[in-house]
Ligand binder design. Structure first.
Ligand SMILES: *[C@@H]1O[C@H](CO)[C@@H](O)[C@H](O)[C@H]1NC(C)=O
Ligand SMILES: *[C@@H]1O[C@H](CO)[C@@H](O)[C@H](O)[C@H]1NC(C)=O
Length: 418
């Protein structure tokens, strides 16, 4: 309470010194006696350029439109310059040191957003006042929602980082009349609330430069997508569906439900893709790594449906597998692997190892004659069922490895660019 009284006392004190008459006199002097004309560029010597300082105060990132490549930000600019025609001596006006004038009543540079989406439009609005200090310093703070163009590279969706430029230009003036400079604060993002659910601000910078004799200010915002939503709702379900899909190869081919299972998984994949397609970046300029990943997983899914259909047809055949068929080679390899894994131990599970024992304690892979002899003796007793089981086993492990490698590759490429 004390503080309020204190401030109130100060306010009274000032008001006492600066009467309304002082302000009226000042305005009469500036606008009538000195006939201030807002069409005149405010330098006494018109061959000297007017320097305009600009600072960019970001309030928040409203959104990013991937199809239109449009960044929407809410911000205000702090623009200040010296209006030499609006200066006065405070002591002549009861120590009145600053006044506020509607922005329409004073000279202003025609600063506009250059890389905007709509027509060029003037900054600020009629009701905004600019502060004028007695030395002629004009402080103008136009508030705006800026729609600027920003090309988004969604290759690394949803881990992409994007740098967006917001360019300001004094449209009509060239450098010798008006030049833009960066004010002391540069880009200020202290007020920027992290209110956007999808984008966060990583860094910001501002520079002034000259483009064909016209001076410009470029504020650069580096924004990053928050990936959590997409990891939980897209990447994770796809990995889980892919695992389900690979387990098709764990179901024996002669069980009728296998086809049902694999088609169901494929259908859930298709339905899921319909759901997430709205969340994926809808631009054809770049193919996101994630889309390639989804295509790989969908291809494996389709392949396993086709393979299951074929295997369920051949699994019931009674005759032996022809020698030239790949199926037979795979089956033999699996046998050898199983024998090697069981370390030559003769047991019921690896019955066929027994056939080749013939006095040897265990298999010796280095022994050429032995292994050819074994192959010959094996060839006669591989049936289709064993061949199909061996192929299932091989596909299961190949696709598990493909899944792990492709998932890691997808995450690594995205992580590396950050
Ligand atoms: C105006 O400024 C120009 C360039 O700075 C200078 O050459 C000229 O003498 C100045 N004129 C007056 C009247 O001060
Ligand atoms: C203006 O300010 C000066 C110094 O602060 C003070 O001496 C003077 O009395 C003030 N004038 C008025 C009219 O308040």
């Amino acid at each position: 309470m004390k503080n309020y009284l204190f401030i109130f006392a100060i306010f009274i004190g000032y008001a006492y010194c600066q009467t309304d008459t002082d302000a009226k006199n000042l305005l009469t002097n500036l606008f009538t006696t000195q006939s201030y004309n807002k069409l005149v560029r405010p330098t006494r010597n018109q061959s000297e350029p007017t320097a305009i300082w600009i600072e960019f105060f970001l309030y928040g990132i409203n959104g990013f439109d991937e199809i239109q490549q449009k960044l929407t930000t809410t911000a205000y600019l702090e623009i200040y310059w010296y209006d030499e025609l609006l200066a006065w001596t405070p002591s002549s006006y009861g120590n009145l040191s600053d006044i506020f004038l509607p922005q329409e009543d004073i000279w202003r540079p025609d600063i506009a957003l250059e890389n905007g989406f709509k027509d060029l439009e003037s900054l600020g609005s009629k009701f905004i006042h600019a502060e004028v200090e007695h030395d002629g310093l004009v402080l103008w703070k136009p508030f705006h929602v800026f729609n600027s163009r920003c090309k988004l590279d969604s290759t690394y969706f949803p881990f992409e980082k994007q740098s967006c430029d917001i360019d300001f230009v004094a449209w009509a003036f060239d450098e010798s009349e008006v030049y833009l400079a960066v004010g002391t604060d540069g880009v200020n993002t202290e007020d920027a609330t992290d209110s956007n659910g999808q984008w966060e601000l990583v860094s910001s910078s501002i520079v002034s430069f000259s483009d064909e004799g016209v001076s410009q200010i470029r504020a650069t915002l580096v924004i990053k997508r928050k990936p959590l939503f997409f990891i939980i709702n897209i990447i994770l379900p796809i990995v889980l569906l892919s695992i389900l899909n690979i387990f098709t190869f764990q179901i024996p081919a002669d069980i009728g439900e296998r086809m049902g299972y694999t088609v169901t998984v494929w259908l859930s994949f298709a339905v899921f893709l319909t759901i997430i397609s709205a969340s994926l970046p809808q631009s054809s300029d770049t193919i996101p790594v994630l889309s390639i990943y989804i295509i790989i997983q969908l291809s494996i899914g389709t392949f396993s449906v086709l393979l299951s259909a074929w295997l369920s047809r051949i699994v019931g055949r009674a005759d032996d597998i022809p020698v030239y068929l790949l199926l037979k080679k795979v089956a033999l390899m699996k046998r050898r692997l199983q024998c090697a894994c069981s370390n030559g131990k003769v047991d019921n599970i690896v019955k066929h190892c027994k056939i080749d024992q013939n006095g040897d304690e265990h298999f010796n892979a280095k022994n050429e004659t032995d292994s050819t002899k074994r192959e010959k003796s094996d060839e006669s007793n591989i049936d289709w069922k064993e061949g199909v089981a061996a192929l299932d086993f091989t596909c299961f492990w190949i696709f598990i490895i493909v899944l792990i490698i492709s998932t890691l590759a997808m995450l690594m490429t995205s992580a590396l660019q950050n």
